[in-house]
Ligand binder design. Structure first.
Ligand code: ADP
Ligand code: MG
Length: 559
């Protein structure tokens, strides 16, 4: 039997680990299952290159609760460790990793949301256990090793009697962490962090209908049919899908596979996604994933936090702020990248070169997808426009690159249900809707019913009237007015739209100067001048002596 002291210089590490990241204690399970997965994948690799002369088989990872013994077991069938390796990897490597981690983050406790994304590795077990055992047998032909550590720097290492290859970690759950002995709690964690990890994870068993059994139906003498009960069998309850859709090649997936995966990601979501974007790049950074466009409402505040971030199929967070451009956080789906540094603050993240590249790659892919949907089936794209416009308009406003690309597919619907691209729109109106300064005037309505008569008047004149009603459209109009040449927007009830085509003759005044002054005085008293403008004899076509209007900017403010 060996007894030892892990490392005197870091004697205080255990109490620190225990106190650390109070709210993130739960990540210990993710860390231990990650280690079990690594150990299994290492074995897979070693057998495939002939280095390990053992049968790889169909290894699984098992998580088991021993309620009475107050223990939690995590068992794998991976490469295992020899006693010497336990010394090296657990006492030295894992320990120094933990030490380094704490050194770095001791003082950053407040930023726990980020730190929690970053694992403490094996030693995170001590956040929830006051004693940890490792019983492990290497794939090499050596006796098993049994390591025990009670949370002080002392450990014992003796020969173990484990026969099968692999590692069993036993956590003696401490008094104030008993929640981790509850089945429901462990299941919750497994579903949160390990739902798509690459090795099957067993948590208990479940009963299913025996697929080899067909229940017989019999008729009694009155002709009444009875079917015998289905035969049940007990099988391992595998909580994960080891081959999630995003790890496959787009060419190997059908539309239905994407939909199925969406349901897997959001079991409570009954509405189907409108379309998806498969991300797949390995240079200059590594990133895979699938993004879905759900049906959007016009409310900007909902539907965030739906994109899940993974690293090598391990769930990290559903807060992708700083990684994905803001306007795309309205989408859903997964992103998996080992190249996103997580042990840093959000502001650092936004400045990171890799993250910037990732963000612009995603933006480009989304734009390309929208463009190809538009090109391949315009009719369908037009139908979906109302459900996706909020994301596109928001993107046009916030990302210059996207704005440029969106010119090809952003649509401007008219009150009559026509959908123009910007170019088509200007072509359609340039002959009729140009003002005296030679600027094209794009007419729009924000409410078909309220502005009904104005719309009619404009249409009678042969004008096109857009129907723009999204909550950010006023900003978008401003953006377009500054980025496009020679255009301006005017609401359909604006005062100056009667004069769109250059006119030679000016109407002769029906009012005398004296009358005008009088009328002006009268109106000043009743119309608040900060909100409205009064124009005398503005409407050349009508008999009205004056018209009260609102300046264009006031109109937009209301929306
Ligand atoms: P990391 O996983 O980042 O290397 P950990 O602290 O999680 O750091 O683990 C330290 C080391 O201990 C691993 O690199 C591995 O060599 C070894 N190890 C941990 N768990 C297992 C396991 N279940 N099977 C085999 N080796 C393991
Ligand atoms: Mg690890």
């Amino acid at each position: 039997m060996a007894k030892g002291n892990i490392n005197v210089s870091v004697e205080n590490i255990f109490p620190l680990i225990k106190k650390f990241l109070y709210s993130d204690h739960e990540i210990f399970l993710r860390e231990l299952i990650s280690n079990a997965t690594d150990a299994t994948l290492k074995l897979k690799h070693l057998t495939s290159i002939g280095e390990a002369k053992v049968e790889y088989g169909n290894p699984i990872i098992e998580v088991k609760i021993d309620k009475e013994g107050k223990k939690l077991h995590i068992i794998d069938q991976g490469i295992g460790m020899t006693a010497e390796e336990v010394e090296k990897y657990i006492n030295q490597v894992a320990f120094s990793g933990a030490e380094e981690f704490l050194d770095k983050y001791k003082d950053a406790g407040k930023d726990a949301g980020i730190i929690g994304h970053f694992g403490l590795g094996f030693y995170s077990a001590f956040m929830v256990a006051d004693k940890v055992e490792i019983i492990t047998k290497s794939y090499k032909d050596e006796p098993a090793a049994h390591w025990t550590c009670d949370g002080s720097p002392e450990f014992t290492l003796v020969e173990g009697d484990k026969k099968e290859r692999g590692t069993e970690i036993i956590l003696h759950i401490s008094e104030d962490e008993q929640e981790f002995l509850e089945e429901a709690r462990i299941r919750e964690l497994l579903t949160k962090y390990n739902k798509f990890m690459p090795i099957p994870i067993k948590f208990g068993t479940k009963e299913i209908n025996d697929p080899d059994f067909t229940p017989k139906t019999t008729k009694d003498k009155d002709g009444k049919e009875t079917t015998e009960p289905h035969k049940k069998i007990t099988v391992d309850d595998i909580i994960n899908n080891p081959d999630p859709a995003w790890t496959k090649q787009p060419a190997d997936l059908e539309d239905e596979d994407y939909k199925k995966f969406y349901r897997e990601l959001y079991p409570m979501q009954f509405e189907e996604p409108l379309f998806n974007i498969h991300l797949n790049v390995d240079y200059p950074f590594n990133l895979t994933g699938i993004l879905y466009f759900p049906k959007m409402t016009n409310d900007l505040n909902i539907q965030k936090d739906k994109i899940q971030l993974y690293q090598n199929q391990v769930f990290v967070t559903d807060n992708v702020e700083g990684i994905v451009p803001e306007f795309l956080t309205m989408l859903r789906g997964v992103i998996d990248s080992p190249d996103i540094p997580l042990n840093v603050s959000r502001s650092y993240l936004q400045a990171d070169g890799n993250v910037k590249k990732i963000s612009s790659y995603i933006t480009r892919k989304v734009a390309d997808k929208l463009k190809s949907l538009f090109n391949n089936n315009r009719e369908d794209f037009e139908k979906k426009w109302d459900d996706i416009k909020i994301v596109i308009e928001y993107g046009m406003l916030s990302e210059e690159k996207f704005f440029e690309k969106a010119d090809a597919f952003a649509l401007y619907p008219t009150v009559d249900g026509k959908h123009y691209t910007f170019e088509e729109l200007t072509n359609a109106i340039k002959a009729k809707q140009t003002d005296k300064d030679d600027k094209m005037v794009i007419l729009y309505a924000s409410n078909k019913d309220e502005q009904h008569s104005y719309i009619q008047t404009a249409k009678d004149k042969g004008y096109e009237v857009l129907l723009l009603d999204s909550p950010i459209v006023s900003h978008l109009m401003q953006k377009l007015e500054t980025s496009k040449e020679n255009i301006s927007f005017a609401r359909v009830d604006a005062d100056h739209i009667d004069n769109l085509i250059k006119k030679e003759d000016t109407a002769i005044s029906k009012l005398s100067d004296e009358e005008k002054t009088k009328l002006d005085e009268l109106l000043k008293d009743v119309v608040p001048s900060e909100k409205f403008m009064v124009q005398l004899e503005a409407m050349d076509s009508s008999a009205s002596p004056f018209m009260i209007t609102q300046p264009e900017f006031m109109r937009r403010m209301k929306e």
